[in-house]
Design a protein around this ligand. Structure first.
Ligand SMILES: [Zn+2]
Length: 394
């Protein structure tokens, strides 16, 4: 596996991530150019649930929100906004670290369940609170022009905001063989669970081996870890479906059922504090591909994935490979309905333009845990976090 490190705009971007670089072939794009229309933010209304004590998540009370009275002494937050991202968790380390050709990739770019649990506990202890991206901006129409303006973030005193995102929660074919779960499902109580086949081939439904159900439980037990029930943003491609449903197989007899099941999970996640972002259709490198290819890829995402996840303003660059803000590609992405663009960088970076916003994210993975402990110190203790199940001497 090649390790690619690139410098874009002076920032050290992380080694090429995942999908495209772990033996996957992206499909060619064949999307036709639709009329480009700015998307409108999907606003999920919070149930006015009063949180006085931690409660079990139920169907009705999915998303804990702070009451207006509790918000009375909140203060305007002026500091940096951390944004960290993960890939789907390693649920079965014995498959991830089995010394096959993918082992190094998994060691570099993924974290284990144990590591994620430890990170979460540290973040909570270190006074971080989860916010959603849309708590940072507002879209306004001024003289017929869409403008994206900064929104003042209000937080409880001494708390620090944290945006969390998860890339490639598609459960690509290679992931099923290398220790990730197979798909997200809904149980009969409306809770999100994971489904997988264990290394022994047994069906396994769990709540404790992937970011979504782990965070659902954590926030339910610690409502003060989240502002208005915010959890994370899921960045999805489309070329092998979403969340483990092969919604890319448009002519398959299973297509309608796959699509309906995916939408059920997605809608429940939106009700419970999760949001979604485009990660391109084919996980293509926006910086490298032609303008035409970027347009085709983006339009195909809008045609195939947007009907599943709904409107989103967020585009998360595959490989963290962002395009220059003066470029036609950038202008296109903004006009195509993605005025919130996320790259990858070694520290918090948030910049507002009149029509768009750029935010960098830190990659939290094996490379970061092993080599960026100092930079990550304020968030969690990398040395303590590293799971002993990782291969030695890598
Ligand atoms: Zn990716």
């Amino acid at each position: 596996m090649k390790k690619m490190v690139k410098h874009v705009g002076g920032l050290l971007l992380l080694p090429a991530l995942l999908a495209g670089c772990v033996g996957l072939n992206q499909e060619g794009t064949s999307g036709t150019a639709n009329t480009v229309q700015p998307a409108v933010a999907a606003q999920v209304k919070n149930p006015a649930a009063q949180i006085t004590e931690p409660k079990q998540e139920t169907e009705k009370e999915a998303k804990p929100t702070q009451t207006e009275a509790q918000k009375g002494d909140w203060v305007a937050y002026k500091g940096p906004v951390e944004h960290i991202f993960f890939h789907p968790l390693i649920a079965y380390p014995e498959l991830a670290f089995d010394n096959d050709s993918m082992t190094k990739g998994y060691d570099d770019w993924f974290v284990t369940v144990k590591e994620f649990d430890h990170i979460l506990a540290d973040l909570y202890k270190n006074q971080y609170v989860l916010i959603s991206m849309d708590q940072l901006y507002e879209l306004k129409t001024v003289n017929g022009q869409k403008e994206l303006v900064k929104k003042q973030l209000m937080l409880p005193k001494n708390k620090k905001p944290l945006v969390l995102s998860v890339d490639d929660m598609n459960y690509y074919d290679y992931m099923l063989q290398n220790g990730n779960v197979y798909k997200l499902i809904l149980d009969d109580k409306g809770r999100v669970a994971t489904y997988s086949l264990t290394p022994k081939g047994e069906k396994h439904i769990a709540y404790d081996n992937e970011i979504v159900p782990i965070l659902d439980t954590f926030v339910s037990e610690h409502p003060d870890f989240s502002i208005d029930g915010a959890k994370g943003t899921i960045a999805l491609t489309g070329y092998q479906g979403v969340l483990g449903y092969r919604t890319n197989e448009l002519t398959s007899p299973a297509y309608e059922a796959e699509k309906a099941d995916a939408i059920k999970v997605i809608n429940r996640m939106k009700e419970t504090g999760w949001s979604f972002a485009s990660h391109g259709y084919g996980h293509r490198d926006a910086h490298k591909i032609s303008y035409k290819s970027l347009v085709e890829d983006t339009e195909r995402w809008k045609k195939e994935v947007k009907p599943l996840v709904g409107d989103t303003l967020i585009y998360i660059y595959p490989y963290g490979s962002r395009v220059d803000t003066d470029s036609d590609k950038y202008k296109y992405l903004v006009k195509a309905g993605f005025p919130v663009l996320c790259g990858v960088g070694p520290q918090p970076y948030l910049k507002y333009k009149s029509d768009s916003m750029m935010m960098d994210r830190r990659h939290i993975d094996g490379i970061a845990l092993k080599t960026q402990g100092d930079k990550l110190k304020g968030l969690f203790d990398s040395k303590e976090v590293i799971d002993s199940v990782r291969p030695k001497g890598n």
